[in-house]
Ligand binder design. Structure first.
Ligand code: SF4
Length: 368
């Protein structure tokens, strides 16, 4: 099977071009077509000779998954559903948000990237975990989510002159547990971070994990300065274990020790994600325990009211409880944000678009 062109680095392409008797600098031209001009096949790279384009076709795949569905759940998010070469479905989300700093430019456009088809970790509130693990994504399939959205953006401009770059930030928080696909994840992020590739700064890339302790420690030892987000969702072992099976393997003590090591190695780069679920983790006791954890790391807390997932009995707390939890965190001196999505929409929750489409496909034509 041919390697995918999107898995290649500048250096690997330069080596290949030299073997073919081509000039090394032509590799830079090719990458410029892919990452800046958003070419979708080798024939679009018109300043490469026909002979070179043929060599590329003979040696590399340039498969682009079709965009099966694109929806706008009504807030600042836009969801994309891709059909992979083996027909599996994978989801990406584009999130628009105002800038937090001058460094961010006029407004952040964040890609929420998937790393696996399905997920083995079975968190009780999550649509992605409900259909089980299917397979890891390759680095090229992760890079393609980035480029697919960039191409979609360019296609909206009638003159195809949209800005070279739409996406400013990446959060690896889509379908799958990223750290269980460690090598391919790091390979993809290196391509998306490279100046000749995606060009997204390492500090604008956040990896979110449900808490794989050995891989957090491994990541702490890597040279890259990626940010780390922990899907916490419970501030005590008893509550966390009820909703996240991973907590039985790596309880809070072990997880927080790994976070401390990550912070020691990288500086202040940890945040906590916390989905608020009615009468489960929305109590004053959980709020105070969460504040104590966040305070220990001087970490930001991202509160997300629960989004309904088909087949799951959890409920979103009432607005008064959500606001009370949020205000209490702020009163306790914690830096926190409350993400108010239009959660009544079933498609708004992570992994839901794929789950819905799979159910439609099983039901047969005319069901969507
Ligand atoms: S929350 Fe993340 S780790 Fe848990 S089941 Fe969903 S995708 Fe997997």
């Amino acid at each position: 099977m041919k390697n995918h062109i999107l898995s290649q680095t500048l250096e690997s392409l330069q080596d290949e071009f030299l073997k073919w008797g081509e000039a090394r600098w032509r590799a830079g031209q090719l990458l410029d077509w892919i990452y800046r001009k958003h070419a979708g096949n080798f024939d679009e790279c018109t300043n490469l000779s026909k002979a070179l384009r043929q060599k590329l076709k003979d040696n590399f795949s340039f498969y682009i998954p079709p965009l099966l569905q694109q929806c706008d759940p009504g807030d600042e998010t836009r969801k994309f559903l891709w059909k992979l070469e083996d027909e599996h479905l994978v989801e990406s989300v584009l999130i628009e948000a105002p800038s937090e700093s001058a460094e961010d430019g006029p407004g952040r456009k964040t890609l929420c990237l998937s790393t696996q088809v399905g997920c083995a970790y079975g968190c009780k509130f999550c649509a992605s975990g409900r259909s089980g693990f299917v397979r890891n994504l390759t680095a090229a399939e992760m890079v393609e989510q980035f480029l697919g959205i960039e191409r979609w953006n360019r296609s909206l401009s009638p003159t195809r002159t949209a800005p070279e770059r739409l996406i400013s930030n990446i959060v690896v928080m889509g379908m799958g547990e990223p750290l269980s696909n460690y090598e391919e994840l790091l390979r993809a992020l290196a391509l998306l971070n490279a100046p000749w590739g995606g060009g997204v700064g390492a500090r604008k890339i956040t990896i979110s994990t449900s808490g794989l302790v050995p891989e957090i420690l491994r990541l702490a030892a890597e040279p890259e300065q990626y940010r780390l987000a922990i899907s916490l969702h419970g501030a005590s072992d008893s509550v966390r274990s009820r909703i996240m099976p991973i907590n039985r393997k790596y309880p809070l003590d072990a997880l927080l020790a790994a976070c401390a090591e990550y912070q020691r190695a990288k500086g202040r780069m940890i945040s906590f994600e916390y989905i608020l679920i009615d009468r489960l983790n929305d109590t004053p006791e959980q709020c105070h325990a969460l504040a104590a954890i966040a305070n220990r790391f001087r970490a930001h807390v991202n509160l997300i009211p629960y989004n309904r997932v088909e087949g799951c009995d959890f409920k979103r707390p009432g607005q008064d409880v959500i606001q009370g939890f949020y205000r209490e965190l702020l009163n306790l001196g914690i830096s926190a944000t409350l993400r108010q999505e239009k959660g009544g929409d079933m498609n708004a929750a992570c992994g839901q678009l794929r789950l819905r489409k799979m159910q439609d496909l099983k039901r047969g034509p005319g069901s969507s």
